[in-house]
Each structure stands twice: as structure tokens, then as C-alpha cells.
Design a protein. Structure first.
Length: 263
């Protein structure tokens, strides 16, 4: 059996239940409508008040002040939301300059792109052995690389091959850098990955850089570098004998400063 709650009119003003149709202040539609209803209720109460026992003016004045305060608070929130959206847009526009640059960041995930990925790590001391384990999505170690053991920062490029020399598919892989000293004690280190930024976006108000399928929060970026060009240096063309620059201005290279022939 359904029980429906009904409320009697207040001084001739009917009660309207807005909870079932998404009304009320929580959905942000209707402070103005609610305020208008409040004013209608207030004027009706004033109209039908007992002349011998009038309403307390302090009470409804206080209610008016409270409604005005709520209205101002909601307007302030709307303006803050607009400012945040504008700030996100500005940050996104600034982050566009990262596209095409190579960035590095701390992490345990790398992006294999076109059969290549760069891993970087920093050793807090000299090590006797450094290994980099490449891990696939099944948690299997598919490649073990040997790294440099001197204290400081190092980069190593993984060629995308597994331990059997077979090429692996491009995509996301986990990696783990381990380092031990001569006594088999672990050496403190920090590991990360590097790659070329292919896109930017905003997630939950934070700028995120995309390296293929890998996403890196902008605040976690450690270094930014210009991506090295794949092409080699251009070789100037062979200009023949006359391009040797003998200083006589004669393209024939014979040393005679002959005047040009009349056409």
C-alpha cells in the first residue's frame, strides 16, 4: 500500500512537492523560482494575518536576508566555476606547446612506439649490477636489460625486442630498475620514462600529457627537451671546380677574370 504524504495549504498558498521532478535548490534550477514562491507566501501571510496579533517583522526580514545570502552564494559559485573552466582552457592552451617535445617523468609504465622506448634512471650511489626488467600486461618479464652502474642519471633505449630477439607489439609495458652494490645491498634509485608528447587534455581539472597511450600528469614531468630529428645532417652539393672559392670571381676556375661575352 502506497502512502502519499499531503500537506495543507499555508494561508491559502498550496504546497508544491518538487522532489519528484528534480526541483529544489540542489539541481541549480531555481533559486529565483523558490524566492518568488517565498515572496508569494510572505505577502499572503501578511494579507491574512491577524490584525490583533501581527507577524513579527524581524522574523520575515531575517528570512529575506537569508534568501539574499543564499542567492549571492550560488552566484559566487557559478562565477568560480566559470573562472575554473577559463583557467583549465588557459592551461590546456599553454600545454599545446609540449606537443612534439620529449618529456621525462617518474613512473613504472613506458610506451613502446615504433619499436623503441627510452627509460631513464638515477642511481644514488655506484652499483655493481643494474638490471631493467620489461614486463608485459600479463605480468611476465619479456626482456632484461643491463644498465650503467655509475652514480648519477642514465638513459637506456629499449629496442622493442624480447629476450629471444623477437619484436613486440607497440603499446604500454611496465618496467622495473634494480641495482645492487658489491655486497648485494640495494642501491637507492629513481626510475622514469621519456617519450615524445603526442597530445594534451584536461582530466578532472588537471593537464595530462599523452605519449601515445601513456598519460602523464603535467605536474609529474621532470625534464623537457627538443625531440631529436631523425634525419642526418645535409651534405652540401658538389659545385664543381668553379665552386671551390678561389676568390677570383671566375666560375671557370682558370684564374682569369674574363668579362662576360656580349649576347
Amino acid at each position: 500500500m502506497d502512502i502519499t504524504e499531503t500537506r495543507s495549504p499555508v494561508n491559502g498558498v498550496p504546497f508544491v512537492d518538487t522532489s519528484s521532478n528534480g526541483g529544489g535548490l540542489t539541481n541549480g534550477t531555481s533559486l529565483a523560482e523558490t524566492f518568488d514562491t517565498f515572496l508569494t507566501l510572505l505577502t499572503t501571510q501578511l494579507q491574512y494575518q491577524d490584525p490583533l496579533d501581527p507577524m513579527d517583522t524581524n522574523e520575515f526580514t531575517s528570512q529575506l536576508v537569508e534568501f539574499t545570502g543564499v542567492e549571492q552564494a550560488i552566484a559566487t559559485n557559478d562565477k568560480l566555476d566559470a573562472l575554473i573552466a577559463l583557467q583549465n582552457t588557459s592551461q590546456l592552451n599553454d600545454a599545446v606547446s609540449y606537443i612534439g617535445k620529449t618529456v621525462s617523468a617518474d613512473g613504472i609504465v613506458l610506451m613502446l612506439n615504433d619499436g623503441s622506448s627510452t627509460i631513464n634512471y638515477a642511481l644514488g650511489g655506484n652499483a655493481s649490477e643494474v638490471n631493467i626488467l620489461i614486463i608485459d600486461e600479463q605480468g611476465e618479464t619479456v626482456r632484461t636489460l643491463e644498465g650503467k652502474t655509475e652514480v648519477g642519471e642514465h638513459d637506456i633505449v629499449w629496442d622493442g625486442l624480447d629476450d629471444d630477439g623477437d619484436p613486440l607489439e607497440d603499446g604500454l609495458y611496465g618496467f622495473l630498475v634494480t641495482a645492487v652494490d658489491a655486497d648485494d645491498n640495494p642501491v637507492p634509485l629513481v626510475q622514469g620514462t621519456a617519450g615524445e608528447v603526442t597530445g594534451v587534455k584536461v582530466v578532472d581539472g588537471e593537464v595530462v600529457l599523452e605519449i601515445g597511450e601513456l598519460e602523464i600528469e603535467l605536474r609529474k614531468v621532470l625534464t623537457i627537451k627538443q625531440t631529436a630529428s631523425d634525419g642526418g645532417s645535409d651534405t652540401p652539393p658538389d659545385g664543381g671546380d668553379g665552386s671551390s672559392g678561389d676568390g677570383d670571381g671566375d666560375s671557370s676556375g682558370d684564374g682569369d677574370n674574363d668579362p662576360p661575352a656580349d649576347s
